[in-house]
Design a protein around this ligand. Structure first.
Ligand code: KIV
Length: 271
């Protein structure tokens, strides 16, 4: 809190300052008002309205089906809850690749209709024109390299990326390209920790890791995974901070039993 008792919002500039003084950046995904409110009050630096909403909120196999309208709905709910964290919103598949004018129109819709602070795009050199056009409009961009789930049909698997030298060099060059273009940060997903550290040391802007190791400037996890709601997903990079699957199952079963037995509601729980 500042001296006036008001929270000092996290900005893209503050993230850069955090990197400069070696303070790690904590980021999580959120898709709804109630979760985002708890997360913001806990002091999260960045909240990502990720297109992983397609998986964990809507039950799709990949992130490809989610639409711009869906992302805007989730982002509006999150922004309404947040007072301090920087809110970043994923541009979904098909709204920015291959057509920079469409990319700008998509980013403008997100900024205007949600009042979030920035957008995130997956890719490097192949989306540079879209990145430059969006940045020209004054919209901050977080990049995303390594395992980029919107390209899952090109990769074929969710395995670790950039293990070979050629792909590692391409990733480093893409990261530098994004920095030169003016991106304020870049997510590195599922790459060797050594490469994550190398990219982080080569850039002035912060890197945020999801499975890219402790040498990055910050970390991000999908909230359903770290809370243990989704107990079928156990990649090596995931640390579970709760077992909400068990907690929720216990609560649902307890309620079910109480309703069936007539124990709920008791006299104090009715008018
Ligand atoms: O959509 C998402 O949740 C993401 C994170 C995995 C970085 O892009």
């Amino acid at each position: 809190m500042s001296t006036e008792g008001k929270l000092r919002p996290v900005t893209t500039h503050r993230l850069m300052e955090m990197k400069q003084r070696g303070e790690k950046i904590a980021m999580l995904t959120a898709y709804d008002y109630s979760t985002a409110r708890i997360m913001d009050e806990a002091g999260m630096d960045v909240i990502l309205v990720g297109d992983s909403a397609a998986n964990v909120m809507a039950g799709f196999e990949s992130t490809l089906p989610i639409t711009l309208d869906h992302m805007i709905y989730h982002a509006q709910s999150v922004v309404r809850a947040v007072e301090r964290a920087l809110v970043v919103v994923d541009l979904p598949f098909g709204t920015y690749q291959g057509n920079s004018k469409q990319a700008l129109a998509s980013a403008i819709r997100i900024m205007k209709e949600t009042e979030a602070s920035a957008v995130k795009l997956e890719g490097g050199a192949e989306i540079l024109e879209s990145v430059e056009r969006i940045l020209c409009a004054g919209i901050p961009i977080m990049g995303h390299l390594g395992l980029t789930p919107q390209s899952i049909h090109k990769f074929g698997t969710y395995n670790v990326r950039a293990k070979e030298d050629a792909e590692a060099e391409r990733l480093l060059s893409d990261a530098k390209l994004l920095e030169q273009a003016g991106c304020f940060a870049v997510v590195l997903e599922k790459i060797p920790a050594e490469l994550g550290a190398r990219v982080s040391q080569s850039l002035q802007i912060p890197t945020i890791s999801i499975g890219a190791g402790g040498g990055c400037d910050g970390q991000v996890l999908v909230v359903h995974d770290m809370l243990g709601i989704n107990n079928e997903f156990s990649p090596r990079f995931l640390r579970r901070y709760a077992d909400l699957y068990s907690v929720m199952t216990g609560a649902f079963k307890g309620y079910l039993e109480d309703v069936k037995s007539g124990d709920f509601p008791n006299p104090q729980e009715q008018y």
